[in-house]
Design a protein around this ligand. Structure first.
Ligand SMILES: *[C@@H]1O[C@H](CO)[C@@H](O)[C@H](O)[C@H]1NC(C)=O
Ligand SMILES: *[C@@H]1O[C@H](CO)[C@@H](O)[C@H](O)[C@H]1NC(C)=O
Ligand SMILES: *[C@@H]1O[C@H](CO)[C@@H](O)[C@H](O)[C@H]1NC(C)=O
Ligand SMILES: *[C@@H]1O[C@H](CO)[C@@H](O)[C@H](O)[C@H]1NC(C)=O
Ligand SMILES: *[C@@H]1O[C@H](CO)[C@@H](O)[C@H](O)[C@H]1NC(C)=O
Ligand SMILES: *[C@@H]1O[C@H](CO)[C@@H](O)[C@H](O)[C@H]1NC(C)=O
Ligand SMILES: [Cu+2]
Length: 207
């Protein structure tokens, strides 16, 4: 009896182990670049993805493979998930983290940065891209959303870079780090949990 109970307990434990969720950490703006690092991941149901905003002023915003640089709307009418803008002081020592949970590994999820110009510069991210819908094709499509009216193009470069961060080097006096004042973005999660959407989120402060 007792022995059987132990075996049963071990079996349950084994099953639980096999499904232990993974937390995937993705740096947003590592080294001041317009990137998500890594830019794509493979995740299982129950896994979480924690985006850590480490520079400038970016978002993580859900889009679609077909329209990489545009918001998406779920079938139930709720908006796709969105971290909101997360500004990072040049001398920050603590960073905002935004976490979503993968609820369906069979449905790829596509994301972009809403900051002006960044998506066109290829600042996109994918969860579970497929052989038919690759991250590379998604990023190429994002970059192709930039209209090619360039000739002199010096102004174009300015437009892309211009709105990223108003950091003056050597940063003069301001508060250390964005505190979790982003409760506003959490309300966006209401739409997420309502439908069968593949994510939920919260903001926490990490160091
Ligand atoms: C950031 O810089 C570090 C140190 O040079 C390097 O190891 C890392 O790969 C860089 N990350 C990105 C995303 O560029
Ligand atoms: C971050 O970028 C957004 C969009 O460009 C802008 O509205 C916001 O003021 C920026 N935040 C800071 C602190 O500069
Ligand atoms: C995209 O979604 C965000 C978050 O819901 C919203 O603030 C923003 O206005 C939307 N942008 C567009 C172009 O609809
Ligand atoms: C997961 O996504 C696939 C592909 O979009 C869909 O066919 C399936 O119904 C989804 N499963 C659940 C539980 O929502
Ligand atoms: C813009 O130009 C690049 C390089 O010439 C090209 O690959 C891209 O398809 C063009 N995009 C559009 C929207 O025309
Ligand atoms: C960031 O720099 C500003 C201005 O120099 C300073 O007031 C602030 O305390 C610094 N924050 C941190 C976390 O070092
Ligand atoms: Cu960005």
């Amino acid at each position: 009896m007792r022995f059987t109970s132990i075996i049963a307990a071990l079996s349950v434990f084994g099953a639980a182990l096999a499904q232990t969720p993974v937390n995937h950490v993705v740096l947003v703006g590592a080294n001041g670049t317009l990137t998500y690092s890594p830019a794509q991941i493979q995740a299982s149901v129950g896994d979480t993805v924690s985006f850590q905003f480490v520079s400038k002023n970016h978002t993580v915003t859900q889009s679609t493979f077909a329209a990489p640089c545009s918001n998406t709307t779920n079938p139930d009418g709720t908006p796709g998930v969105d971290s909101g803008f997360q500004f990072v002081e040049a001398n920050a020592t603590a960073f905002q983290q935004w976490t979503i949970t993968v609820n369906n590994a069979s449905t790829p999820m596509w994301f972009y940065c809403r900051q002006t110009g960044h998506c066109g510069m290829g600042m996109v991210f994918a969860i579970n891209p497929t052989a038919a819908k690759t991250f590379e094709a998604f990023q190429t499509a994002a970059e192709a959303t930039v209209s090619n009216t360039t000739s002199g193009s010096s102004s174009a470069g300015g437009a892309y870079g211009g709105s990223t961060t108003p950091t003056s080097a050597g940063g003069s006096g301001s508060t250390p780090v964005a505190s979790p004042t982003n409760s506003g973005t959490s309300s966006g999660a209401v739409g997420v949990k309502a439908g069968s959407a593949a994510a939920s989120h919260s903001l926490v402060l990490v160091w």
